[in-house]
Write a protein that binds this ligand. Structure first.
Ligand code: ZN
Length: 244
């Protein structure tokens, strides 16, 4: 009898906590996010770690040939990138990052901060911990994340076409195994070799609008079966078979 009463109490407690959980989920702020939650509206002239987080996510929304500085300082180029991001996703485009912009970013990212169409595993088929490259594992992984956000912008700009990364981060051992250049950006974690439904030339051309510094495609030695993009801060483009 006592045991039965205990079971009843337990059942009631479980129902109550389930209801409370449901209510909590409903009442939680819409902008809550497992990866990163911005706590203020960001606009030109502001600075901070939250600006850096924003810049990482809009750095693929730039002008032809532009490479946005991810420096935590919200200047005119960040305003322009936020505006392009807003335009790309049909938001009111004012260059100010407020709740609508942040909500869109939350919708576009996974709990581990990667954009929804790319994963750390896709960007690193070499090892599990991003070690052994030309920079620290933490830097390599961070570079990989930045590259993924540019790729997310790129696939959206091309009409939400799937893009596949055949090679991303490489340790020195992985790079040597595939015959990569000794100074390859793959050693830094910010490079991606792409294939997809667009032609390799379309990928090489489109990447010029998405914040990539290094772009190599058809006609460049060893790049006839993929288009390489990377996050170097100087411009180095070559895809001679594409007429560009
Ligand atoms: Zn490459």
């Amino acid at each position: 009898m006592l045991r039965r009463a205990m079971q009843l109490v337990l059942t009631i407690v479980m129902i109550m906590s389930a209801t409370a959980g449901g209510m909590l989920a409903t009442a939680a702020p819409a902008q809550a996010d497992e990866c990163y939650t911005w706590g203020r509206t960001l606009s030109e002239g502001m600075s901070g770690a939250d600006v850096t987080q924003l810049q990482i996510r809009v750095a693929g929304h730039v002008d032809y040939g532009e490479i946005l500085s991810v420096d935590g300082s919200f200047g005119p180029r960040t305003t322009a990138a936020v505006t392009k991001f807003q335009q790309a996703y049909g938001l009111a485009a004012d260059g100010v990052a407020g709740s609508q912009t942040f909500s869109k970013i939350y919708a576009l990212q996974d709990p581990d901060c990667t954009p929804i169409h790319f994963t750390y595993a896709e960007l690193n088929k070499c090892n599990s911990d991003w070690s052994g490259g030309a920079v620290s594992a933490a830097t390599a992984k961070s570079n990989g994340l930045r590259t993924m956000w540019k790729l997310e912008a790129m696939r959206h700009a091309m009409g939400d076409v799937p893009l596949t990364v055949t090679s991303g981060f490489r340790s020195t051992a992985c790079n040597n195994a595939v015959g990569g250049a000794s100074n390859s950006r793959h050693l830094y974690g910010d490079a991606a070799d792409l294939v997809g439904s667009p032609t390799l030339c379309q990928l090489a051309q489109r990447a010029r609008y998405q914040g990539f510094g290094g772009i190599f495609g058809p006609g460049y030695p060893d790049h006839n079966d993929h288009t390489h993009v990377d996050g170097r801060t100087s411009r180095s483009w070559s895809a001679p078979n594409c007429g560009v």
